[in-house]
Design a binder for this molecule. Structure first.
Ligand code: F6P
Length: 420
């Protein structure tokens, strides 16, 4: 193999063409991951060379892993990426490739680049994801960028091939249900991977909690606190529409934390009559204002959630229930009603300390899982413990709020009405 001038291979963290060296100045910038047949050959030569210079670990001999973030973003994604990079390098001396924009980065691998501890400095408190993400990039039904009118194509074989050629021996896939479902398909095709659960909605099965949820609840609770003061001043009914397509965890948690009077969630179809009665009851008791938290996926009994956009999948967006309810209440009460749709504010911003810690624990646990060859599994939180569960047990299962569970019972005990 031809060594580029000035490059000491024994000191390289990873050698990608001539674009990157793991120590020294070059490592301090993202360098394009030049992906050619020649590169593939050189990468594989390099792996052999590295095997010679490094002592054999008692763990599985993974030397290069990839990490990607898929689906909607959530506060804490960067904290996970940082934990994966730092623990993979600190504990095992592996190389980490950051794959951009979810699985798109494996369809177009030239968008991938090595990540060093330097690259992840300062990202712990940052919202979003430095890797980029998409909730439309399914390689099994890939929508061509040339036009939505073209039929989706299956590019999964290309992804599997690219994983091999890039020398990625294991993938860490950070995502929600959609991304983990895709990951499971790739696991079936023989790709070594582990999953990390992410969603502000907290609706993923197999784990008590996902990172991002605590931050979203904090944001929603802050909104309720702010709405309280202005609602009280104007004797108004304030409706706060929060995220939650099919699970009302954000609604229930923020409603309890913010002291809402009425919480409407997808799991408990509501009656408008019951909402009107609950407001009247508060009026009669001398509280001339009410705070209603409504999840975007809630619906009246016998009705359906309001959606905009497409009719299925990620093109379908839930929106409008807050305004619909407002119209009903304006007609049927004497109150002025105002609606706040919190939207993507819940997904943005700095992760809470809880989410930073959980995300960091998940990232480190995923690396341990790779080291132990626990492929096809997802890291999870059970009580105070972080462990893992098989992906097939969680994919496609929505963790909804039990209508007679402890959260709802607590809310009812406090006089919060679900208006069923
Ligand atoms: O899954 C998280 C979520 O925040 C849902 O609650 C919400 O319906 C959806 O993402 C919004 O996604 P998008 O970013 O595509 O509008």
């Amino acid at each position: 193999m031809q060594t580029p001038p000035g490059l000491d291979l024994k000191r390289c963290g990873i050698f990608v063409g001539a674009s990157y060296c793991g120590s020294g100045e070059l490592s301090r910038k993202y360098r394009p991951f030049i992906f050619t047949d020649d590169l593939a050959r050189r990468v594989s030569n390099q792996i052999q060379l590295r095997t010679e210079v490094r002592t054999t670990s008692e763990h599985m001999s993974v030397r290069r892993i990839g990490v990607l973030t898929g689906g909607g973003d959530a506060p804490g994604l960067n904290a996970v990426v940082r934990a994966v990079v730092k623990s993979a390098i600190n504990l095992y001396g592996w190389e980490v490739i950051g794959i951009e924009d979810g699985f798109d980065g494996l369809i177009h691998p030239e968008r991938s680049h090595p990540l060093t501890p330097f690259d992840v400095r300062g990202i712990l408190p940052r919202g979003g994801t430095i890797l980029g993400t998409t909730n439309r990039g399914n390689p099994f039904a890939y929508q061509s960028e040339d036009g939505p009118e073209l039929a989706p194509v299956d590019l999964s074989a290309r992804v599997v091939e690219n994983v091999k050629v890039m020398g990625i021996e294991a993938l860490v896939v950070i995502g929600g249900d959609g991304t983990l479902a895709i990951a499971q398909e790739f696991a079936h095709m023989g790709v070594n991977l582990v999953g990390i659960p992410k969603t502000i909605d907290n609706d993923l099965a197999g784990t008590d909690v996902t990172f991002g949820f605590d931050t979203a609840v904090t944001t929603a609770t802050d909104a309720i606190d702010r709405l309280h003061t202005t609602a009280e001043s104007h004797h108004r009914v304030m409706i706060l529409e929060v995220m939650g397509r099919s699970a009302g965890w954000i609604g229930v948690a923020s409603g309890i934390a913010g002291g809402a009077d009425i919480i409407l969630i997808p799991e408990i179809p509501f009656r408008v009559d019951a909402v009107v009665e609950a407001i009247a009851k508060r009026d009669a008791a001398g509280s001339k204002f009410s705070i209603i938290v409504v999840a975007e996926g809630a619906s009246p009994a016998g009705g359906h959630p309001l959606v905009v956009g497409g009719t299925s999948g990620t093109s379908m967006r839930f929106a409008g229930m807050g305004n619909w309810l407002s119209d009903q209440l304006v007609e049927r009460t004497d109150h002025e009603v105002r609606v706040t749709v919190l939207g993507h504010v819940q997904r943005g911003g700095s992760p809470s300390p809880f989410d930073r810690i959980l995300a960091t624990r998940f990232g480190a646990a995923a690396v341990r899982l790779v080291a132990d060859a626990g492929f096809g599994r997802m890291v999870a939180c059970h009580g105070t413990r972080v462990d893992s569960v098989p992906l097939p047990e969680v994919v496609g299962v929505v963790k909804t709020v039990p209508s007679d569970g402890e959260h709802c019972e607590t809310a009812r005990a406090l006089g919060i009405c679900f208006c069923e």
